[in-house]
Design a protein around this ligand. Sequence first.
Ligand code: DAH
Length: 344
Amino acid sequence: MKESIERIFKELAELKAASQAEAEQARVRFLGKKGEITALMEQFRSVAPELKREYGQKLNELKKAAQQRIDELKNSAAEAVVAAAPKEDLSMPGDAIPQGSRHPVSIVRQEIVDIFRKFGYDVAEGPEIEDDYHVFEALNFPPNHPAREMQDTFFVSTGHPNPLLLRTHTSSVQVRTMESQDLPIRVICPGRVFRNEAISARAHCIFHQVEGLYIDKDVTFADLKQAILLFAREMFGPDTQIRMRPSYFPFTEPSAEVDVSCNICKGKGCNICKGTGWLEIMGCGMVDPNVLKASGIDPSKYSGFAFGMGVERIAMLKWQVNDLRHYFENDMRFLGEFATATEV
Ligand code: DAH
């Protein structure tokens, strides 16, 4: 028995396993039910009592050593498998990072600005939190004009003669420009405006406008019409026609509403233009002498025209979007539709 124990010790020291399966085979051979060490354990029962202590110790050491050696072999075989596995494929393409695109309202606002810049207009800006004077009073709104009422205007402060409010139109920038710039003036004023309105497919409490103002000597209604016609053709295509309908704004006299010929049905009548062949795009007119006077401009020497349009409205017409709310909900599926339109 002694020789067997020593032989197995030696064999264990030299034992090799190329794989986990081979290490398992070695375990079966030594420690399995019919294994060599198991067999020695059985023989141990018939060992003479005076040798039991010595052999018992040796056998236990052998069993432990065998267990340890086989575990070692199994571990190193497992490590070899990992080491032999193919490394990460560095040539594999990465996950695509979705690319953002400009918001459709920004795209259209920029397009409007670019068109008027070509005509020689500068861009002017003003504050979104304005006062009553610049939004209403200097623009010739009579004291009890309905636009000043609570249901239209978000007031920031009340209770004094010139309350702060969120501007309801970018026409306020006209006033600030007339106050601060030398004549002649030729500006467009893009910006955000706010109205206390119920949100629907056609109205929102926040939207964007572009205001235009041209003041010089001898500016006439014909100049206004020409500027708008040129703009409409740049924006909606060279065949676009415009028509002007008499209207009323406190800050212009005469005032008009501008329609463009429907570029979808080419004037035949469709559901976008509600069968009329025309689409309303802006308000305009000759700057009222009272407005010029309020900002220190002499109406006997100077005249001017002004116009104002909603950016979302133009964007809806351009892309035939039938619900204004899409522009504010930031649904990526909607916004993504304009990605290719952006890449110019
Ligand atoms: N401020 C008007 C609005 O918000 C739009 C407008 C109409 C602006 C006529 C003008 C204009 O400058 O002449 O509805």
